[in-house]
Design a protein around this ligand. Sequence first.
Ligand SMILES: Cc1cc2nc3c(=O)[nH]c(=O)nc-3n(C[C@H](O)[C@H](O)[C@H](O)COP(=O)(O)O)c2cc1C
Length: 268
Amino acid sequence: MNHIETIQKRRSVRTYTGEPLREEHSAQIRQYIDQLQAPFGVKARIELIHTKSDEEPIKLGTYGWVKGACDYLVLIYEDAPLAETAAAYMFEEAVLFCTHLGLGTCWLGGSFSRGDFKKQVSLGTNEKLRIVSPVGYPGGGQRFLEKYIVQADKKHSSRKPFGELFFEKDFTHPLTEDSAGKYSQPLEMVRLAPSANNKQEWRVLYEEKVLHFYKKPYLSFDSIDIGIALCHFELSCRELGIAGRYEVVKDFPEKENLDYVISWIQEE
Ligand SMILES: Cc1cc2nc3c(=O)[nH]c(=O)nc-3n(C[C@H](O)[C@H](O)[C@H](O)COP(=O)(O)O)c2cc1C
């Protein structure tokens, strides 16, 4: 899979054909999610739930936001520091894999019945179910509700300009694609990341060989959104042969209204 191409292709799909996942797709997804590991030592897993099998159909409520979906990915993780961020990183890897297979997905953090989904998985004492996503064959077109959501997201595919999200030296100097150099494409992939309500509350401060990642506290999804951004950034760096690692450093620049999360340390 080419991650950069897949990131560019992905968008939220809320209308599906109603066809259950074909066996080959189910098998590929299962194989992929079973080998995934969340970063930062966090324990997380993804389950694939089929609502239509030989047995009685299962009802999974999405309050009318999703139509025609028969299968869902469910993210489960153990509560710990950075757990939501790491679990979101891993879930986005699964979302990108499904996109690569030509399937539609849509991160759902709010518009689903947690109770319905919890009945279908067994949760350990310290485990949380925060996110689900339909996965299936895009139905084409947009229903009235979907058009409304997309408008409310302020043109769903629109993203803030590069220089509003990324900075150099301090937060008063917007970063240009030119001065970002080899990081311009990985940062562009951060810009394309999905986020709750399309808020895009991730910020990055570029200091030559170190990039500091921050999040603006937003509802309860900021830790999840930044995990998706970290996933896009690292997968793109790897694909472009840029070596580095994430590390929580002590000497990060502080900024009002922004929470420091982690830094990317370039390795020669
Ligand atoms: C953490 C998270 C939670 C989300 N929750 C919902 C949701 O509850 N309902 C929904 O319709 N879309 C949800 N979305 C999808 C976003 O609205 C969508 O990603 C954003 O508008 C950008 O559009 P795109 O995914 O097509 O690029 C969520 C996205 C994320 C990352």
